[in-house]
Design a protein around this ligand. Structure first.
Ligand SMILES: Nc1ncnc2c1ncn2[C@@H]1O[C@H](COP(=O)(O)OP(=O)(O)O)[C@@H](O)[C@H]1O
Ligand SMILES: [Mg+2]
Length: 232
């Protein structure tokens, strides 16, 4: 089974949510980061964080470019070959032969380019016919980017399997709390979780992940109860 993890932008918790899903997955799991940018050879990238948070999991990075840019731009500037969506799909299919779940974390948001032909994580999802999990921030401004992402998925015939809030604040403001009702509405997808702030720094990451992700992702998160607790 494949699951694509994209987001409404960069630094919004895709890696954290990918790690949470991997930590709860009952079977063997592989995590693919097609292109890691902003990291020198030998340095820790997103997959190192996933390994640190989840324990044993297969991780595969297909390309690495030192400048912190979109993969296509970073590859071009490095004079290096870009990572093609078809190569990612091939690698994912091969991993699916030996793993129960293959998670693929994009770079930035849905339409960030991997190559100069305009290939994106959406093309990888299309080729694999994989569902897409959308990670978002929770506060003011989230509805627009979530709606745009959902519309872009729909246009491409892709299925959004859920929306997950990457970093749920300790003291959510009014917009953040109201977004619990509006995010699923504008995304036409269920609220599939909310990782509480501090989760990635906690030794109890797996336990936190369990309460923070919905049953379809292996957790016990109850979106309706969470909404009721925060919206009055
Ligand atoms: N629930 C959380 N609590 C605290 N910090 C978080 C949480 N989720 C993400 N972060 C931190 O925010 C930063 C961005 O998260 P990350 O998962 O790397 O985002 P992305 O993969 O979308 O770029 C990282 O430093 C990460 O450790
Ligand atoms: Mg990441």
């Amino acid at each position: 089974m494949f699951l694509i993890v994209t987001g409404t932008g960069t630094e919004i918790g895709k890696t954290a949510v990918t790690a949470a899903v991997a930590a709860l997955a009952p079977g063997s799991t592989a995590v693919v980061k097609p292109a890691q940018t902003g990291v020198e050879p030998g340095e820790d990238g997103d997959l190192a964080q996933v390994r640190a948070l989840t324990g044993p999991v297969t991780t595969v990075e297909l390309g690495r470019y030192p400048e912190p840019l979109a993969p296509a731009t970073a590859a071009r500037r490095a004079g290096a070959e870009p990572v093609r969506p078809s190569a990612v799909a091939d690698a994912a299919r091969e991993l699916a032969g030996t793993h129960d779940l293959v998670l693929i974390e994009g770079a930035g948001g849905l339409l960030v380019r991997f190559d100069d032909e305009g290939g994106t994580i959406a093309d990888i999802a299309s080729e694999l016919e994989a569902p897409v999990l959308v990670v978002t921030h929770a506060g003011l401004g989230a509805l627009n980017v979530a709606a745009l992402t959902a519309e872009a998925l729909r246009t491409r015939g892709l299925r959004c399997s859920g929306v997950v809030i990457g970093d749920w604040p300790r003291e959510p403001d009014l917009a953040t709390r109201c977004n619990l009702a509006d995010l699923p509405e504008v995304s036409a997808a269920p609220l599939a979780g909310a990782l509480p702030h501090g989760a990635t720094a906690s030794a109890a990451f797996r336990d936190i992940a369990r309460t923070a992700l919905a049953p379809e992702l292996g957790g016990t998160f109850d979106a309706e109860a969470f909404r009721r607790a925060h919206i009055s």
